[in-house]
Design a protein around this ligand. Sequence first.
Ligand code: ADP
Length: 497
Amino acid sequence: TAALTEELVIPPVQVNYTQLLINGKFVDSASGKTFPTFDPRTGEVIAHVAEGDAEDINRAVSAARKAFDEGPWPKMTAYERSRIMLRFADLVEKHSDELAALETWDNGKPYEQASQAELPMLARLFRYYAGWADKIHGLTVPADGPYHVQTLHEPIGVAGQIIPWNFPLLMFAWKVGPALACGNTIVLKTAEQTPLTALYVANLFHEAGLPPGVLNIISGFGPTAGAALASHMDVDKLAFTGSTETGKIVLGLAAKSNLKPVTLELGGKSPFIVCEDADIDKAVELAHFALFFNQGQCCCAGSRTYVHECVYDEFIEKSKARAMKRIVGDPFKKGVEQGPQIDTEQFEKVLRYIRSGIESNATLECGGGRLGSKGFFIQPTVFSNVQDDMLIAKDEIFGPVQSILKFKDLDEVIKRANTTRYGLAAGVFTKNVDTANTLSRALKAGTVWVNCFDVFDAAIPFGGYKMSGIGREKGIYSLHNYLQVKAVVTPLKKAAW
Ligand code: ADP
């Protein structure tokens, strides 16, 4: 275990769990291998964690299978399952400071963001799903003819879940919450960049009374552990969040193995549209937030800022000023808005996109390089005069790089905003309700935020059109991902009521 350097400890945090969690026990990987997880502030090793591979996935899937087929989980009353989830949410609150610190340490996100927004949301999500557990039931169906017809809504079985590194705890909640509420058992593979907090909270789940084998956590890499999970013959459902590229791979693996149903939450290139009637100061602030939040590492980031020509010049000046004021630094320090990028690979990738923006003759308004000499910090960067066909306007950058584009009228901006292979989210900023309605209905995206952005609530569904994904998470919609529907048909003696 390691500890943070003294002046940064908010609060003291240690790494207590580094092994795989299989069948309710922390165990080493079958191979005995480990891999390092890094502090993005410095690039230094935080801890070495057990590296799961195909054999560990096998062990975890058998534990989950047993817990589903024989174990108490799907056979417990829904009320009992709900109580465990509620107790877990209480424990999350109790350990919220350590968890937020661990999340910041492993991921680099501002501690204040983790502790004030993400930890409360983690507890909220589990309470939301705990509320669903005992409200899931089928229908009585009126069929033609003398039949009594019911549907049973059953858990699917063993759910395989693969999550990314940008919101380790929230992605854990989006996946685990609905799966448990519906009575499934789980094998979850965390992202190799951020294995620590899932192990911590999974341990809390067992403290809350979760039976062994219901929730198994495997740390490890994508092409090994992740691929083994996606192609496992005894996994009944797969949920994945990550890049579109990897989404295609896991969908293929699921199809080639046992045709398990797959939900995907993938990349985005979300437009944020500032209309001519917008309050410019507010629009600048919101567009800034929409892009720079979480170091720009959001699949739904408003990464194409479309601004009406009438307000374009003023918008550029103010956006540049806002980005230059952005406080970048050690994410444990008070008031810091932006920490480091997650790792050297992402850091280099973002810098390559910045160079591409400069080479394609977009105007670099501010930023454009790394900040400091250690860790993965990048200056808040703003490009203006961005054209739709530039790489920075088409690809997901996943970093603190805002691209601002000019438009003339609504029909034009609708067409341009929709000319993308992605369709995760969109932002609309206007005072005119007709404009808001027109844009909301015309934009091909799973979420349209009008005069707001990044409003995430447990009850609001989230997911993508086009190559941004398949299916919806959160809300009532997420339950469909984890349920089988069985129709039960019985002849009636008399065709009467
Ligand atoms: P990023 O490029 O942002 O790291 P990825 O889509 O590669 O996004 O990663 C998201 C998750 O998918 C991680 O948990 C990663 O380990 C996993 N992953 C990566 N490659 C594969 C693969 N070939 N099969 C299964 N999972 C994978």
